[in-house]
Design a protein around this ligand. Structure first.
Ligand code: URA
Length: 370
C-alpha cells in the first residue's frame, strides 16, 4: 500500500477499506507520514466526506492507535461529556465538579481550542500550574482517589487524534463530520467511559452551521457508538451566541467558579449545566425521579460541595486553588478597554463566531501546529 494512493483514492471520492484506514493510521502514529501527506489526506476527507462505515472504522483505528484505559468493573460507571466545540462554552467546567460531587466517577479527555472554538484544556490551564498532561496511570489513580480527572491526548491515549487534531487546527479541515465524529468518540471510548453524553452544537459559533447538520453529526456519533457497542446520548444545542457572559480562557473559569459558588442561577450556563447533569444522573441510574435529582443537584451547589470538588480537582492536577477566592491570581490581560454605550438600549444579538475570532486574534488560539 502507498500513502499517495490512499490520498488519491479519497480525493477521487472513493471509500477507503478498513485495511486502508488502519494502514493510514498506523503509518501516522509510527511517524511514517510527512505532515504534508496527512494534511492532503485531511483535505481530501474534508472535500469528499466518509460513509458511516468508513467513519466507524476510522474511529476504531484511532482508538486502537494507542493504549486504552480499562477501569474494570467501575468502567461501566465512568461518565464523560463532550461538546463538539463552541464559544464561551464552559459547561464541561461547571458540570464535571457537580457530577463528581454527586459521586459519579469521571475520567475526561479534553481538547485544546480548535479553530475559533475554545478548548477546555486551554481554559483549565489558565489556572496557574494546572496541568492536563496526565499519564494513564496518573489519570486512573486520580479517578480512584478523588473521583475525577481531566486529561488530554498526551502519552499514548488516542495518539492519532493528537496528531490529526493539531494538523486540522491549522489546515482549515476542522468542520468535517467524519473528522469531528471520529475525534470526539475515539477519545471518549479510549478513556474508558461507560456513559457518554455529547453536546452537538449548531450555529454561528459552531462547526455545524445548521440544526440539520448538527442532527446529522449527532446521528453519526450515536451510530458509531452502536457499531462499537457503547451507549452514547447526543443532545443538539444552539451556539448562535456565546454561552454565558464571558469568552476567554481565565474569564470562563471565573464564570464557572461563580456558578459553582451559587452566584449564577439563571441563564444558559445554569440551564445547560443542570439539564446535562440531570440527564447524567438518569443515564447512570443514580436517580429515577427527575424532581428529586434536580433538588439534589441544587443542594450540591448550595452546600458548596460542587465547589469543594472543583478545588480538589485543581489541587490534584497541580493548580493554584487560591484562584477560587482571589481572581487576581489568574494571568491578567496587559491592556483592558472598557466600552460604554452612549445611549440607552439593549444588546439584541452577539455573534458567536466574530467574538471567538476576536479572541483568537488576541492570542486565545493557535496559528501553528503545536
Ligand atoms: N472536539 C474534539 O475533540 N474534536 C473535534 O474534532 C471537535 C471537537
Amino acid at each position: 500500500m502507498r500513502i499517495v494512493d490512499l490520498i488519491d483514492k479519497k480525493k477521487q471520492g472513493n471509500e477507503l477499506s478498513k485495511d486502508e484506514i488502519n494502514y493510514f493510521i498506523s503509518s501516522l502514529v509510527n511517524n511514517r507520514l510527512q505532515d504534508y501527506q496527512t494534511s492532503a489526506w485531511l483535505m481530501a476527507v474534508w472535500l469528499r466526506g466518509m460513509s458511516a462505515e468508513e467513519t466507524a472504522n476510522l474511529t476504531e483505528a484511532m482508538i486502537n492507535s494507542g493504549e486504552k484505559i480499562d477501569f474494570g468493573e467501575t468502567g461501566r460507571q465512568i461518565f464523560d461529556k463532550h461538546s463538539t466545540g463552541g464559544v464561551g462554552d464552559k459547561v464541561t467546567i461547571t458540570l464535571i465538579p457537580l457530577l463528581a460531587a454527586a459521586g459519579i466517577p469521571i475520567a475526561k479527555l479534553s481538547g485544546k481550542g480548535l479553530g475559533h472554538t475554545g478548548g477546555t484544556i486551554d481554559k483549565l490551564e489558565s489556572i496557574p500550574n494546572f496541568s492536563c498532561r496526565l499519564t494513564i496511570e496518573e489519570l486512573t489513580k486520580q479517578v480512584k482517589e478523588i473521583g475525577v480527572a481531566i486529561g488530554q491526548q498526551t502519552g499514548n491515549l488516542t495518539p492519532a487524534d493528537g496528531i490529526l487534531y493539531s494538523l486540522r487546527d491549522v489546515t482549515a479541515t476542522i468542520d468535517s463530520m467524519p473528522l469531528i465524529a471520529s475525534s470526539v468518540v475515539s477519545k471518549k471510548i479510549a478513556a474508558g467511559a461507560g456513559h457518554i453524553i455529547l453536546d452537538v452544537k449548531y450555529g454561528s459559533g459552531a462547526f455545524m452551521k445548521t440544526p440539520q447538520d448538527a442532527v446529522e453529526l449527532a446521528k453519526l456519533m450515536v451510530s458509531i457508538g452502536k457499531h462499537l457497542n457503547k451507549s452514547i446520548i447526543a443532545v443538539v444545542t444552539s451556539m448562535e451566541e456565546p454561552l454565558g457572559r464571558a469568552v476567554g480562557n481565565s474569564l470562563e473559569i471565573i464564570e464557572s467558579i461563580e456558578f459553582l459558588k451559587g452566584n449564577i442561577i439563571k441563564g444558559d450556563i445554569a440551564e445547560l449545566t443542570y439539564d446535562f447533569a440531570l440527564l447524567a444522573l438518569m443515564q447512570t441510574g443514580k436517580f429515577i425521579d427527575e424532581k428529586t435529582a434536580a433538588d439534589y443537584l441544587k443542594e450540591l451547589i448550595h452546600t458548596g460541595k460542587a465547589l469543594e470538588k472543583f478545588k480538589e480537582l485543581i489541587i490534584a492536577q497541580g493548580g493554584n486553588a487560591e484562584v477560587i477566592n482571589d481572581y487576581s491570581k489568574f494571568p491578567q490581560a496587559q491592556y483592558k478597554i472598557e466600552v460604554k454605550s452612549e445611549t440607552n438600549g439593549y444588546v439584541k444579538r452577539i455573534d458567536a463566531y466574530k467574538t471567538a475570532y476576536g479572541c483568537k486574534l488576541l492570542g486565545a488560539g493557535r496559528d501553528k501546529k503545536k
